[in-house]
Design a protein around this ligand. Sequence first.
Ligand code: PRP
Length: 184
Amino acid sequence: MINKDCERIVVSEKEIAEAVERIGKQINTDYAGEEITFISILNGSYPFTADILRKIDLDCTVDFMQVSSYGSGTGSSGTLNIKRDISADIRGKHVILLEDILDTGFTLSNLVKYLAEKGPADIKICTFIDKPARRREEISADYYGFLFDEDLFLVGYGLDYNQKYRNLPYVAVLKPEIYTKTTD
Ligand code: PRP
């Protein structure tokens, strides 16, 4: 049953599981014999992080960052605010950033620049959803689950609207009346 505030499911639980399996296999192949430091970008990436990590059969660690580039609505401020930094030393490490969505690219391009100064061996980007048509910074995903060219307001599997709907096990399009609703 779809959540009452959503109009349609665009990525089902089964499709999510298949994408996670595919990405996990690819990472295991690409990094064979290496150790990986995953950095999960909270909040939205937590389900994707948990699912991807369980597909990795290489030595790996996971650390967490919390950053923001959005207000509580649908616009992008384009400013990176680091609310929680990593605690691990990533010097000389193979880093993979785990994100729920790559949209304008402001968040990840600022983040990659910031983390690059800590001296990792390399930094790759793994995003569950990629919206290349929305890009305003030159940055691309090394691994992605699903591409969306249409600018739909997506929620579920970590993606929120005003912190809600992250718990949905699928990705759905939010009904416009939910995010255009006024309080007066
Ligand atoms: C989302 C997402 C990325 C960012 C992508 O985070 O998790 O970090 O926006 O957008 P961009 O490519 O336009 O910069 P958000 O600030 O909504 O926080 P959340 O993960 O806590 O939902």
